[in-house]
Design a protein around this ligand. Structure first.
Ligand code: HH2
Length: 280
């Protein structure tokens, strides 16, 4: 479970909430307590239309937060800048989460893991009429190619991510989620991030067509994270860590390799019915 920590003023769902170092570190501690395995620290929003952040400012935002959390949990750095990635690794990050899928040589040089995410265009342009011949085949081909380059350069831990919402229509996002099996079948570990994204708002729009606001997108976020985990995705990137961990525990307990229930959770079903306080 990767918890999202945006040290930004303008992220699409939590911009400004964790902008000061102490707020961000506090949020990181909360997510650790909620069960996050990795905290993904980012200092530049990638939402459609976002403006870039100068390197010095991005460093100022992320490095102290990475340094404060790195002793307590695994930390990834969400950046497209080689200099920021390198500084975050120096501060203790061990995974570079790269939405540009171009920084594998930085990961190789520093001996850390790397996430290659697919995107079409840049934040400024990516949602302006994105087009693909076959979105699943094109996204998959690019990711497999980049993962191969990273492995050849010596990166030991490579993840691929279809980049939900990055130069994709609602239909493209749904096609990619429907085809997660194909990405998983490449044998390269897959991660996915759907949390609170715009397509979930659009699909949960009210009768007058108004998209569901970000704070009302937990149901879609959980449904898609659960779907992804069930289809073999190894890591989901989420804002709502506690709720997503609950979903992950259930998926783990119901999956093919799940261990039989032990202890109190092994009680026969009917025993719960006798106790009005217990509900399945
Ligand atoms: N999505 C966002 C940012 N980084 N990294 C990966 N690997 N996969 C994703 O889907 C992904 C990502 C966008 O979400 P968020 O960080 O919440 O918003 P913003 O970019 O506005 O800060």
């Amino acid at each position: 479970m990767m918890g999202i920590l945006n040290v930004t003023a303008d992220s699409f769902s939590d911009g400004g909430r964790w902008f000061e170092t102490h707020q961000a570190v506090m949020r990181g501690h909360e997510m650790i307590a909620e069960g996050a395995d990795i905290i993904d620290v980012g200092g530049e929003s990638t939402r459609p239309g976002a403006s870039g952040v100068p390197v010095e400012e991005e460093l100022r935002r992320v490095v102290p937060v990475v340094a404060a959390l790195a002793g307590q949990v695994r930390v990834s750095i969400d950046t497209t800048k080689a200099e920021v990635a390198a500084a975050a690794v120096e501060a203790g990050a061990s995974l570079i989460n790269d939405v540009s899928a171009t920084l594998w040589s930085v990961a190789a040089r520093h001996g850390v893991g790397w996430v290659a995410m697919h995107r079409l265009g840049t934040p400024a342009s990516m949602q302006v009429d994105p087009h693909y011949g076959d979105v699943v085949a094109e996204v998959s081909a690019l990711l497999v190619e980049r993962a191969g380059q990273a492995a050849s350069a010596g990166v030991k831990e490579v993840w691929i991510d279809p980049g939900i919402g990055f130069g994709k229509t609602i239909d493209h996002n749904l096609q990619l989620l429907a085809a997660l099996d194909k990405l998983v079948a490449t044998g390269i570990p897959v991660m996915v991030g759907t949390s609170r994204k715009g397509f979930l708002g659009a699909l949960a729009a009210s009768v007058d067509g108004t998209p569901a606001p970000v704070e009302d997108r937990l149901p879609g976020s959980l449904a898609t994270a659960t779907w992804a985990m069930q289809h073999g995705v190894g890591m989901v990137r989420v804002h709502d860590v506690a709720a997503s961990v609950q979903a992950a525990v259930l998926v783990g307990r119901m999956g093919p390799g799940a261990a039989p229930a032990t202890g109190s959770s092994a009680q026969p079903e009917h025993q719960g019915i006798a106790d009005p306080g217990v509900r399945a």
